[in-house]
Design a protein around this ligand. Structure first.
Ligand SMILES: [Zn+2]
Length: 150
């Protein structure tokens, strides 16, 4: 297997452009919680260009790692404490624990996923139920109504 280096395969033109300003903007986006792809797209630079620079530039690579870590935390900060967070972020706060417990219990009960959805009557042929007032009841069969309270 021969590995072609991007630089030589593209001819010796100018290096893939990724200015310092763009780097700063990119890192800011990543720090704010964008994925690497989103951050690259946000500054209009091909992510391969970014990755190329990350390979060539240890400082940038380190900065990106730091930004990534911060970004991951920033992303979680915007999310509620729930079962998802319990499972994916390993949060063990009371809210997450309660949500996880509830989620597990719900799944245990709800094990039949829409097996027979058509049990009720068709909309057109619903039986018409007419409730007639019961005229046969004699007044003395009534329990005495609650004595006037007021
Ligand atoms: Zn939590």
């Amino acid at each position: 297997m021969t590995r072609t280096r991007p630089a030589s395969s593209r001819g010796r033109g100018r290096p893939l452009l990724f200015t310092d300003d763009q780097k700063q903007a990119y890192l800011k986006h990543v720090t704010a919680g964008l994925t690497l792809n989103e951050a690259a797209a946000a500054i209009n630079v091909d992510r391969r260009t970014v990755n190329h620079h990350a390979q060539q530039d240890p400082d940038f690579r380190t900065a990106r790692e730091t930004a990534k870590k911060a970004g991951r935390e920033a992303r979680w900060e915007n999310l509620p404490h729930d079962e998802y967070r319990y499972n994916h972020a390993g949060c063990r706060c009371l809210d997450c624990k309660a949500a996880a417990r509830k989620g597990r219990a719900a799944r245990r009960v709800d094990t039949t996923p829409d097996a027979s959805p058509q049990t009720g009557p068709e909309p057109g042929e619903a039986p018409t139920v007419i409730s007639l007032p019961n005229r046969d009841m004699r007044p003395d069969q009534h329990l005495h109504p609650l004595a006037a309270v007021s």
